[in-house]
Design a protein around this ligand. Structure first.
Ligand code: IDP
Ligand code: MG
Length: 137
């Protein structure tokens, strides 16, 4: 069984669609191993998105991620990393397939509703960033 990290971003939390998004994971056969609502500090957000630090959108991305609470979730299941990425849809909601989370809940490439780990290795790092071992089931 593989694990991955999902973040429901501030735009989707503000729209009150946390339950709808978590339901999509469960309907797809992924289990919620851990979940919590938190507000990231600027230091957290910069560290989490460090790989993007030289990209032109980095500062806007960090400001957006600290603009309100987020819901971080560990998902578990067969091929959880790629399954979650499929459920999310493309980064730009305009390009996301109909029925994906971003197509249905995101407004723009900046406010795009969800984050999902992009590899098995990154998933491990991202899960450890937010959760202690005893919090994951
Ligand atoms: P991903 O979230 O689909 O994995 P990444 O390329 O890892 O996409 O980018 C991380 C986040 O940075 C995106 O989810 C989006 O919020 C933001 N982002 C990516 N590309 C752009 C862009 O061209 N303009 C504005 N924001 C962007
Ligand atoms: Mg990414």
């Amino acid at each position: 069984m593989e694990k991955t990290l999902s973040i429901i971003k501030p735009d989707a939390v503000a729209k009150n669609v946390v339950g709808k998004i978590l339901n999509r994971f469960e309907e797809a056969g992924l289990k919620i191993s851990a979940t919590k609502k938190i507000r990231l500090s600027k230091i957290d957000a910069k560290k989490f998105y460090e790989v993007h630090k030289d990209r032109p959108f980095f500062n806007d991305l960090v400001d957006f991620m600290v603009s309100g609470p987020v819901v971080v979730t560990v998902l578990e299941g067969e091929n959880a990393v790629s399954k979650n990425r499929e459920l999310m849809g493309e980064t730009d909601p305009k390009e996301a397939k109909p029925g994906t989370i971003r197509a249905d809940f995101a407004d723009s490439i900046d406010a795009n509703a969800v984050h999902g780990s992009d590899s098995y290795e990154n998933a491990k790092t991202e899960i450890n960033f937010f959760f202690a071992t005893k919090e994951i089931f």
